[in-house]
Design a protein around this ligand. Structure first.
Ligand code: AMP
Ligand code: MG
Length: 708
């Protein structure tokens, strides 16, 4: 038995679109190998699966599709419902009974209740959400009675940990997955026709596509060992199982596909591919350890030169800029979906804008060489007209004019257009005053952008007008960077993670995390909520491990200074080559920079005011660079101050500020760094220079709008 490609489907019976853990994952190994993907709905998953099968079949490749739900039921069940003791008869029946909408809404519980009602005894299906009022579907397995079928399939004697097919609800159940999954695969099989065989119900030697029941738990140990390298366990399962099956020698796979069981059992109940033969399956994984990506940053990249004590803001920024690198992942997207993304390659005009010289107004066009002086002029009109989308075929002879509308290509002979409001016409002639400026009211071909010109440079964050420009220039798609995934983690024993949860007097609610996650979203990156951890090095390390898997860069807040309680900095110092940059700035001072498993960590101060200022001043440009974008210069303008302040030299200061109705910058009444209300009050920051400054009302100050 030989397959060119193996696709593994980790199925889900969710009633709503779902992603992440315990949702649908699809892995593929061999030809067309791809990292696990996570479609949100069954409809999306099936479309994706069909696409991949079609791609393989177009190249003449054989595909094995493994799905992790039972393909059959204990003996007698198929016959009880269909009159035929074959699982495939039941497949056809379920295909007609199961309803599963594109948003995952489905009738599995109703259907199971209906089946139960049709059969003697109480059951066999059981398990449902307690709110569902379905008298024929018992809530507990123990409420069933007089079951006409076995509780388990024969194959499950080999793999006793596999779940029975009758249980539809709660932990580990596979019953709902089977009902929905069989219906979807039955439809796929019907559509593929003779090219598709379902193992072990049909001979599969000649089929281009073979569907088989698989059970990822056969690789439980391998999955546990490699799980950390994947977004979640399900992703690890589909990837490793696909790799194991694709990696098996053809003879070994043939052995797996010839189970030692009675033909009647196989035809009616089906079998788990590899049941009782997990060793052979594991052998397929030999030499196929998951790929590791080498870190792109050197471990000591954030180290400050010896002797550096206080780092000025500009120097810290320059260092960040020189150390960090853009992420490599890119993708090609249709222009309409690329807004907010970062161009990964220059976008070159495929056609000029405008493509041809055309009229800028509605009016009358003519060759201006006939007319130089004052006029008035009366010209005969050629029959017909030139309009946008309806070019005029002929030429306009010298001394004649043509009716022309905005956007129309200038007909041959026409180089100038008089505005219709400046003309009189009787349909045969047109009259207007001179002199007329040569070329007036026309647009030259390529006057905006010429074909072949770079329209937008790589590093550009695509704006709505950019989409107009790219479309006008004939581009259908653009190469963009994948969105930067930014993890946000709060630390500190005093922090209550969940908004509104009861807090003791010494506890405070996590204010930074919702703020930072929202900032990240508004900046166009993918926020990854890493939650909160107490000041416990083991827990922090475990959470950073998770962050390193799920995110490209992490922001932590709290625990970043050098105090005894600052476990984050201690941990990062010992295990993540931390550099604590003491920045000559208020608020904000310590900024911790480290690498955790190759992933940059920006340790922001815990204080919300300082956390926001540091995120704006350092986080924003650092993240933009990593996302592949040009280093952003903060938008700033100079305005008169509405306040007085004297500051000493030696550090830069940022004050919460907003512009009053007089166009002057006023600052928040208190500089207290715990005053979160001042952040809400403010619309930006006033930046006071590193050197000494004496600000009096009316002095010019730099105002940096928040811009989020
Ligand atoms: P630290 O950086 O841990 O020394 O914290 C500085 C101050 O910020 C302390 O008063 C902390 O309680 C406070 N803080 C730390 N993390 C948060 C957070 N996530 N939300 C609100 N305040 C915080
Ligand atoms: Mg702390």
């Amino acid at each position: 038995m030989n397959f060119d490609s193996v696709i593994i489907l980790d199925w889900s019976a969710a009633a709503k679109p779902t992603r992440g853990k315990d949702s649908i994952w699809i892995g593929q190994a061999g030809a067309g190998a791809a990292a696990p993907v996570n479609p949100a709905t069954r409809a999306e998953a099936m479309a994706l699966l069909r696409g991949r099968i079609a791609a393989a079949r177009a190249k003449g490749l054989r595909v094995l599709v493994g799905a992790d739900f039972p393909f059959g039921y204990p003996q007698g069940f198929a016959a009880a419902l269909t009159g035929q003791d074959r699982a495939l008869a039941l497949w056809g029946w379920l295909m007609g009974q199961v309803q599963d909408a594109p948003d995952n809404a489905n009738n599995r519980f109703d259907l199971a209740a209906r089946i139960n009602a049709q059969l003697p005894g109480v059951g066999p299906f059981w398990g449902r959400p307690s709110g569902l009022d379905l008298p024929d579907l018992p809530e507990k397995g123990s409420l069933r009675a007089d079951m006409p079928f076995a509780e388990r399939r024969v194959v499950e004697a080999q793999e006793p940990k596999a779940q029975p097919v009758w249980k539809l609800f709660t932990t580990g159940s596979v019953g709902s997955q089977a009902l929905l999954g069989i219906a979807h695969l039955a439809r796929l099989r019907a559509d593929l026709g003779a090219d598709c065989a379902v193992w072990p119900f049909e001979p599969s030697g000649a089929a281009g596509v073979v569907l088989a029941e698989v059970w990822p738990s056969l690789l439980a140990e391998q999955v546990a060992a490699a799980e950390g390298l994947y977004p979640c366990k399900d992703a690890a399962q589909v990837d490793l199982l696909a790799k194991a099956l694709a990696g098996m020698a053809p003879g070994d796979l043939a052995g797996l596909m010839a189970p030692d069981a009675a033909a009647g059992v196989l035809a009616e109940e089906g079998w788990i591919l590899g049941a009782g033969k997990a060793d052979a399956l594991r052998a397929g994984l030999a030499g196929d350890l998951p790929a590791l990506t080498p870190p792109r940053l050197r471990n000591d990249c954030f180290a400050m030169p010896q002797g550096v004590d206080w780092v000025p803001v500009d120097e810290a920024l320059a260092r960040l800029r020189s150390v960090l690198v853009p992420l490599a992942r890119t993708e090609t997207l249709p222009v309409a979906q690329a807004g907010g993304r970062v161009l990964a390659a220059d976008a070159v005009a495929l056609r000029s804008n405008p493509p041809r010289a055309n009229a800028a107004v509605d009016g009358y066009g003519f060759a201006r060489h006939a007319l130089t002086g004052e006029g008035p002029w009366t010209l005969p009109l050629v029959p017909g007209r030139a309009a946008a989308g309806q070019p005029f075929d002929g030429a306009v002879p010298a001394g004649q004019a043509i009716r022309i509308l905005t956007g129309a290509i200038l007909p041959q002979g026409v180089d100038t257009v008089v505005l219709e409001e400046d003309c009189a016409t009787d349909a045969a002639r047109v009259a207007f005053d001179g002199p007329v400026k040569p070329g007036i009211n026309t647009r030259r071909a390529g006057e905006d952008v010429a074909e072949g010109q770079v329209a937008l440079r790589k590093g550009r964050v695509l704006t709505p007008p950019d989409l107009a420009l790219l479309s006008a220039l004939g581009l259908a798609q653009v190469q963009v960077h994948a969105p930067l995934r930014v993890g946000v983690l709060s630390t500190g024993d005093e922090i209550i993670a969940t908004p509104g949860d009861p807090a003791l007097p010494h506890q405070i609610h996590d204010a930074n995390r919702p703020m930072l996650l929202e900032l990240i979203r508004r900046w166009g990156f993918d926020p990854v909520d890493l939650g909160h951890v107490a000041d416990d090095p083991r827990k922090i390390a475990a959470r950073l491990d998770k962050g390193a898997r799920l995110a490209d860069v992490m922001l932590t807040s709290g625990g970043a200074s050098a105090g005894d309680e600052d476990h984050v900095s201690h941990l990062l110092r010992t295990r993540g080559s931390l550099s604590s940059w003491r920045i000559a700035m208020k608020p904000g001072r310590p900024l911790a920079l480290a690498l955790w498993r190759g992933v940059p960590v920006l340790g922001l101060p815990g204080n919300p005011v300082a956390a926001l200022v540091c995120a704006l001043i350092f986080g924003r440009p650092a993240l933009a660079l990593m996302a592949g974008a040009d280093w952003p210069q903060p938008a700033a303008f100079t305005v008169p101050a509405a306040f007085a302040k004297r500051k000493k030299a030696g550090r830069r200061e940022y004050l919460r500020a907003r512009i009053n109705t007089m166009g002057q910058a006023e600052v928040f009444a208190s500089e207290g760094s715990g005053r979160i209300s001042g952040l809400s009050w403010a619309e930006g920051l006033v930046e006071l220079p590193d050197g000494a400054a004496e600000i009096t009302p009316g002095s010019a100050v730099r105002f940096l709008p928040f811009g989020f």
